[in-house]
Design a protein around this ligand. Structure first.
Ligand SMILES: Cc1ncc(C[n+]2csc(CCOP(=O)(O)OP(=O)(O)O)c2C)c(N)n1
Ligand SMILES: [Mg+2]
Length: 387
């Protein structure tokens, strides 16, 4: 007996599900097919010269910072440094579009964004040289810890932004993540919560082509990472991540939208990681020189320099002044990072629990006795530094 021959089958008429319609119109959420650009287009004429010059100085300073931090790994002063060389336009724009009252949620590659937001250049590296905890006070600068577990900073950003909104505080959170991080569950959960709650968050994905050695094509089958926004009901924006003016414009618009209470935006910045993943990685094992050279021709500093010199806003003297200022910053960084930090071993027990446990108190007492035996009486935190 077939299904059609069952009793009552003749009366069965398939009907569509009742009253189905899309919850939101997907069309306005879709990213443009081409990454948005300003430099080298007619739109560049409208860009504010003062802003372009500020961006230029920050990019040059940022590149010098990356080079200096990488050099410090070779001198054994830093355990590791994930360079953002090639991605400076994303880093700087992310910092400059925020107000002091806003929050930045960076990943491990976003030291430059933290420094451009005002974090002390040395403090920004303390974690990477193995000092305790984050190395800086996240609340002071409203910069969450530089986050190593992929994408875990994203739900935190959404939670903070949502809580601020419930309290009536005018705060936007900008959360940074890599292309590889978009495959993490935390990424999906964060975007979903943010869209449903219309939380004032901007998600900035730096698509730098790789997750260590894994190229984007092995990471996703989506048309672009920006397209993922549509599935959650927020707009996706695709932007040239090496065009500092375009990055600044798109992120400013996304921040303004969040501040108006219109909800989150996902921005995909198409860029390239010029250096290896970190100093511990050898990128020649998984990518060719020609690919790197193609991107070198699309360098964020070169693009901006071309625009500024073309418009007569920057000349050789101006460039030299910017480079000299960056050199002074690198010199200061070198000097301070070469000084051995004075550490207090008793600090091991600080900032673990608000109220110390009995076990920790016991261990602290034991260590104090050992230190006193070795160095003489220990009179409190920081007093008896050990090099
Ligand atoms: C949850 C988690 N899984 C794995 C890792 C190991 N890991 C460190 S960096 C990285 C690649 C991330 O690539 P991407 O998100 O594209 O960021 P990029 O390094 O390119 O800035 C991986 C897999 C990690 N840190 N955290
Ligand atoms: Mg990546």
């Amino acid at each position: 007996m077939t299904v059609q021959e069952l009793p009552g089958a003749a009366a069965y008429r398939p009907t569509p599900p009742p009253a189905w319609k899309p919850l939101t119109d997907p069309a306005p959420l879709l990213p443009d097919p081409e990454p948005f650009r300003v430099l080298g287009t007619d739109a560049a004429a409208d860009a504010d010269p003062e802003l372009l010059l500020r961006l230029y100085a920050e990019l040059v300073r940022g590149r010098r910072y990356n080079a200096q931090a990488t050099a410090l790994t070779k001198q054994g002063r830093l355990a590791v440094y994930p360079s953002s060389t090639g991605q400076e336009a994303c880093e700087i724009a992310a910092a400059l579009v925020l107000e002091d009252r806003d929050w930045l949620f960076p990943s491990y590659r976003d030291t430059l964004a933290a420094v451009a937001r005002g974090l002390d250049p040395v403090e920004a590296l303390t974690l990477l040289r193995g000092d305790r905890h984050t190395g800086y006070d996240p609340r002071e600068h409203r910069i969450a810890p530089l986050c190593t577990p992929l994408a875990t900073q994203l739900p935190h950003a959404v939670g903070l932004a949502h809580a601020a909104r419930l309290k009536g505080d005018d705060v936007v959170a900008l959360a940074m993540v890599g292309d590889g991080g978009t495959s993490e569950g935390d990424f999906h959960e964060a975007l979903n919560f943010a869209a449903v709650w219309r939380a004032p968050v901007v998600f900035l994905v730096q698509n730098n082509g790789f997750a260590i050695s894994v190229p984007l094509a092995k990471q996703t089958a989506a048309p672009s990472l920006a397209h993922k926004a549509v599935g959650y009901g927020m707009p996706g924006r695709l932007v040239d991540g090496n065009d500092a003016a375009a990055m600044h414009q798109v992120l400013s618009e996304a921040v303004a939208r969040a501040r108006r209470g219109e909800g989150p935006t996902l921005v995909e910045a198409v860029t390239y990681r010029m250096d290896a993943h970190t100093n511990a990685d050898d990128a020649t094992r998984y990518r060719g020189d020609s690919e790197v050279e193609t991107w070198r021709a699309h360098d964020p500093i070169v693009l901006l320099e071309r625009e500024l010199t073309g418009r007569g806003l920057l000349d050789e003297d101006g460039m030299t002044a910017v480079r000299e200022e960056a050199e002074r910053m690198a010199e200061g960084l070198r000097e301070q990072m070469n000084a051995d930090p004075v550490l207090d071993p008793m600090d091991l027990f600080s900032h673990v629990y608000e109220e110390q446990t009995g076990q920790l108190r016991e261990q602290a007492d034991q260590l104090r006795v050992e230190l006193d035996a070795e160095h003489g009486p220990h009179d409190g935190h920081g007093a008896e530094g050990v090099r």
